[in-house]
Write a protein that binds this ligand. Structure first.
Ligand code: HEC
Length: 168
């Protein structure tokens, strides 16, 4: 009988499979047809670092040191993020491999940190976050990084800014 469908394992299995398929198509397949995702923005082009540039090496240091466990790189279209700069677009991450958007903000968002501080500030802060960022800062001191790694990391941090067209 038709009203026994919920007791029929065959129908339940097909229903479950259809739901999973819808999820897969919605999250993995459809984005390929969305121009906002498949077209790099001007900001993405700024972040398409040549393989052996200081910024590309700095990005490796950033990932290796786990900066992304405490820092996000994504500005959401919500009031809480309104002071952070332009809202990020999917196309901004076009060349990011892997993406370091992050999920947690133990420290501030770094998507546009390059327009907030100078190189000197970044070096001083990495060496002693408590002195520069405030006594309560729980960011570790990165005194053990080689000068080369720190220079590269700072070059990367300074590159994190919106392309002129994307500016507020
Ligand atoms: C344990 C969490 C933690 C880790 C890991 C961490 N940070 Fe931070 N970071 C913070 C906190 C908290 C602050 C805010 C206080 C301060 O400025 O020190 C901060 C602040 C910053 C700022 C200043 C941002 C602003 O807008 O004022 C920068 C830049 C920064 N961190 C870069 C880094 C980099 C690069 C790394 C990796 C080498 C890193 N952080 C690792 C917690 C962390």
């Amino acid at each position: 009988m038709a009203n026994d469908a919920e007791k029929n394992p065959g129908i339940l299995l097909i229903g479950a499979a259809l739901l999973v398929m819808m999820g897969v198509i919605g999250t993995l397949v459809l984005p390929y047809f969305d121009e906002g995702v498949t077209t790099p923005t001007q900001t993405a082009k700024l972040r398409n670092y040549p393989t052996d540039s200081a910024e590309a090496r700095g990005r490796h240091v950033y990932i290796r040191e786990g900066c992304n466990y405490c820092h996000s790189q994504q500005v959401r279209p919500v009031r809480a993020d309104s002071k952070l700069g332009p809202v990020t677009l999917p196309g901004d991450f076009y060349y990011d491999q892997p993406v370091v958007t992050g999920t947690i903000r133990t420290g501030p968002d770094l998507m546009w940190v390059g327009q907030r501080y100078s190189a000197d500030w970044q070096h001083a802060h990495l060496l002693n976050p408590q002195k520069i960022g405030g006594d309560g800062s729980i960011m570790p001191k990165y005194t053990y990084l080689s000068k080369q790694d720190r220079d590269d990391l700072v070059a990367y941090l300074l590159s994190l800014k919106p392309a002129p067209q994307n500016k507020d």
